[in-house]
Design a binder for this molecule. Sequence first.
Ligand SMILES: NC(=O)c1ccc[n+]([C@@H]2O[C@H](COP(=O)([O-])OP(=O)(O)OC[C@H]3O[C@@H](n4cnc5c(N)ncnc54)[C@H](O)[C@@H]3O)[C@@H](O)[C@H]2O)c1
Length: 254
Amino acid sequence: MDGALLQGRVALITGSGRGMGRAHAALLAQHGADVVVHDIVPERVAESAAIVRQHGRRVMEAVENVADPAAMAALVARVEAELGPIAILVNNAGIGADRAVTEAIDEAMFDRMFDVHVKGTFFTTRSVLPGMKSLGGGAIVNISSIWGMVGHHFGSTYCAAKAAVLGFTKSWAKELAPHRITVNAIAPGGVTSPMAIEKDGIDAVRERMARVPLGRWAEPEEIAHAVLYLVSPQAGFITGQVLSLNGGDTIVGI
Ligand SMILES: NC(=O)c1ccc[n+]([C@@H]2O[C@H](COP(=O)([O-])OP(=O)(O)OC[C@H]3O[C@@H](n4cnc5c(N)ncnc54)[C@H](O)[C@@H]3O)[C@@H](O)[C@H]2O)c1
């Protein structure tokens, strides 16, 4: 893969203020994309944008709540006016599982989980599609989770929301194929982003790492390379698939 691979393509990566999203933004810029760095936390946007700018591409900074459809529609309109239609969308913004049993999950917690992951993914994609179709093709990558595939004993709403993301992926792959738009999902296992470490602490993370067959978690950059491949022209015949980077933690399917 080279610096011109994604040249002339505009990429929106939601939640790219830190963690995996930042790694995706930096790698896509390194390979030639113009990048919209988006997050709900302004300082994170500024920090990521400074890193992404080092690759010499156009970078737009956007502070919006991914769960607010009107705000995201307005953002997409701004991007189209300043950079052009979006060719690459990575629906990455997310919040960690509540680490709570079902009786402890109230309506506000339920809504927050579904607003960010389900509403955010749906309405951001909906806003991007007219522009992407006008380009005659594009690539969407939805970030799900291994927990959306196999469930977990705490955080049922997170697992269900991430499973919904897989439902969108498969449906949109069929719906958008005539427009030459590919739609795939990545379902990571543990990744050493701030999310899990903030939620559970480093000792719990180390314990969970030891149970992974490869004996560790992924670095955000390893997930970014999978995103890069899925949005590259070389992956143009891959759509509706779920790629789980999990170190052998869960091996399913035939
Ligand atoms: N870390 C893991 O082990 C892991 C595993 C599987 C899946 N995931 C998923 O990967 C994605 C990235 O997670 P990460 O580990 O990099 O986490 P992270 O917390 O480091 O980054 C997520 C970013 O999303 C932003 N965000 C949260 N809510 C938002 C909102 N309403 N609007 C806009 N931005 C918002 C946060 O501010 C943050 O910068 C998430 O969808 C997460 O669920 C993470």
